[in-house]
Design a protein around this ligand. Structure first.
Ligand SMILES: NC(=O)c1ccc[n+]([C@@H]2O[C@H](COP(=O)([O-])OP(=O)(O)OC[C@H]3O[C@@H](n4cnc5c(N)ncnc54)[C@H](OP(=O)(O)O)[C@@H]3O)[C@@H](O)[C@H]2O)c1
Length: 321
């Protein structure tokens, strides 16, 4: 099969389209012919081997898994002996983070990592959903405890997580402010953000406005700045950002939560937990993935460059049809 592989950490230039052996499913796995795969921040970090700490798992000097890509959608072509939930030909999607292998024509995946793709959802839409939508749902609902009538802010609003988060937040009847670069503000308005802030022009933590819930994908400020931007009972949830800032939140967040009525916490991704919920929302017409543009397998290095530059709006999806 064809796959985009990398054997050393680096820029997108180290990615190479090559013939490799098609994998064979283990007993609890299925073989999927991939129709679409989306790019996540995690792929970007693994490509470069940053932050350096992640190499403890991904390989100290060189990557152990040479094919990136976690969020895939495709059709089942072979079944392991113990697979119960799926049949040959089923259209499925899911997040394979940990095992990866999505930048390829075929991948093996445990059946537990997959959900059936609704017929009305394209493969590209399905591939856009897993990591970004799970972080949005779990950040807003599970960790953030979003409630009707709240004033919500999404920082880093125009990327994968933010473009799902606003659609989900609006279902709760809240007022949502989005923060991103000026080039994304029109998109944010069209997605339903009530207010938008260009982060180059305004620091939302210093404007004096207080939010009941902040969902942050870019955590790059001091925890005390975020605490200041919260209403007295407010909740700040980060899903990612600067490692130093995340450690600050992990260690100092509980102290702030103990001494005030504010909550400051990190949402850890529970992969694939809410795929069925996302399918329901999609089928009801309540959520639609925002796809920046479609690319082909051979264009993955270019797609990764595009992702790294931060120019993308919503999700970058690679299709293999
Ligand atoms: N918690 C977990 O278990 C877990 C698991 C996987 C991934 N993650 C994390 O989840 C996040 C994924 O987010 P995503 O897919 O939405 O990323 P994304 O698609 O790259 O979107 C990030 C957005 O933030 C904007 N941005 C950049 N600098 C900003 C700033 N200073 N202030 C406000 N916005 C800014 C970017 O726009 P411009 O570039 O135009 O400025 C972009 O639109 C990453 O942080 C990743 O590390 C967490």
């Amino acid at each position: 099969m064809k796959a985009v592989v990398y054997e050393k950490y680096g820029s997108p230039d180290v990615l190479e389209l090559r013939e490799v052996k098609t994998p064979t499913p283990k007993d609890d796995e299925v073989l999927i012919r991939i129709h679409a795969v989306s790019i996540n921040d995690w792929d970007w970090g693994l490509l470069q081997g940053t932050p350096f700490m992640t190499r403890l798992l991904s390989g100290f000097l060189r990557p152990k898994k040479i094919i990136l890509g976690s969020d895939i959608a495709g059709r089942i072509e072979a079944l392991g002996e113990n697979v119960k939930r799926f049949q040959l030909g089923d259209a499925v999607f899911g997040d394979l983070s940990g095992s990866w292998g999505g930048f390829a024509e075929y991948v093996c995946a445990p059946e537990t990592a997959l959900a059936l793709k609704p017929p009305s959802m394209t493969f590209a839409e399905a591939a856009a959903i897993p990591q970004a939508a799970m972080l949005a749902v779990q950040g807003l609902r599970d960790r953030g405890g979003i409630q009707p009538g709240q004033k919500v802010l999404i920082n880093g609003a125009g990327g994968g997580v933010g473009t799902f988060a606003v659609q989900i937040a609006k279902l709760y009847g809240v007022e949502v402010t989005g923060v991103d670069s000026s080039s994304k503000l029109d998109l944010l308005r069209s997605l339903g953000f009530d207010k938008v802030i260009d982060y180059a022009q305004e620091d939302f933590t210093r404007s004096g406005t207080r939010y009941d819930l902040i969902l942050d994908v870019k955590t790059n400020r001091s925890i005390f700045d975020y605490a200041r931007a919260l209403s007295p009972n407010g909740t700040y949830v980060t899903v990612g950002g600067s490692l130093a800032r995340l450690f600050q939140i992990l260690f100092i967040g509980p102290l702030i939560s103990m001494t005030t009525k504010k909550t400051i916490c990190v949402a850890m991704l529970k992969p694939n937990k809410d795929l069925a919920y996302m399918c329901e929302l999609f089928e009801a017409g309540k959520v639609k993935p925002v796809i920046d543009r479609l690319r082909t397998l051979s264009e993955i290095p270019e797609a990764m460059r595009h992702f790294g530059a931060g120019d993308h709006k919503g999700k970058i999806v690679v299709t293999l049809d």
